[in-house]
Design a protein. Structure first.
Length: 204
């Protein structure tokens, strides 16, 4: 889609606990512009934002904590157990996230930009990027990281994975892949190589 009136845009995606944030942080250290839809998703549900009121109306007070903020664990437990609930939540959040992502991308400079979009496979933002970079690791690694991070049981971890696009589906749309099963040095070497390539593509 790039006509070079805008920076080269790379969509960075990957399954939950694949290491997207780690990879994005390494690109940022090299000077890449990072626009993270997870950060934007947190901002659009801050108290006082219309999205939070809509979520309360749709799901009730049980998903709002004592400080008036979204109770993310309660919300996650609902949407990963009920596809209909997940679609309702996405209907509230995704248009707002998409609009703010493109506003930030249009306002930012940089030779190239990384748009971090966990659900890029299913997102209209896929049409706004020039290349797709998938951070990939085995499902066993994802489950191990989820259990260490925020899944309460292996069953819940597998339910979270099942709610996302499959690893095969993500890899099928990838222009570039970073393997993030091994040590951090290997991940960083892949980031450096791609950073160099993206700069050449953007400036060439």
């Amino acid at each position: 889609m790039n006509d070079r009136d805008t920076p080269l845009r790379i969509g960075l995606t990957g399954g939950i606990a694949s290491g997207k944030s780690t990879v994005a942080d390494r690109f940022a250290e090299l000077g890449a512009v990072i626009i993270d839809t997870d950060v934007i998703a947190r901002e659009v549900v801050e108290p006082g934002q219309p999205a939070l009121d809509e979520i309360r109306d749709a799901f009730g007070d049980t998903v709002i904590d004592s400080d008036g903020r979204l109770d993310r664990l309660a919300m996650r437990n609902i949407v990963f157990a009920d596809a209909g609930a997940r679609e309702r939540l996405e209907g509230i959040l995704h248009p707002r996230i998409r609009q703010e992502t493109m506003r930030q991308a249009d306002a930012a400079a940089g030779a190239y930009q990384l748009l971090v979009v966990p659900l890029l496979v299913e997102s209209p933002l896929r049409d706004q990027v020039d290349r797709i970079l998938v951070v990939d690791c085995s499902e066993d690694t994802q489950i191990e990281r989820l259990l260490a991070r925020d899944a309460e049981t292996e069953e819940q971890a597998r339910r979270i994975l099942a709610a996302q696009a499959s690893r095969e589906t993500r890899l099928a749309i990838a222009d570039d892949v970073i393997r993030n099963d091994a040590d951090l040095d290997y991940t960083e070497s892949q980031v450096r190589a791609l950073h160099t390539m993206y700069l050449q593509m953007a400036l060439g």
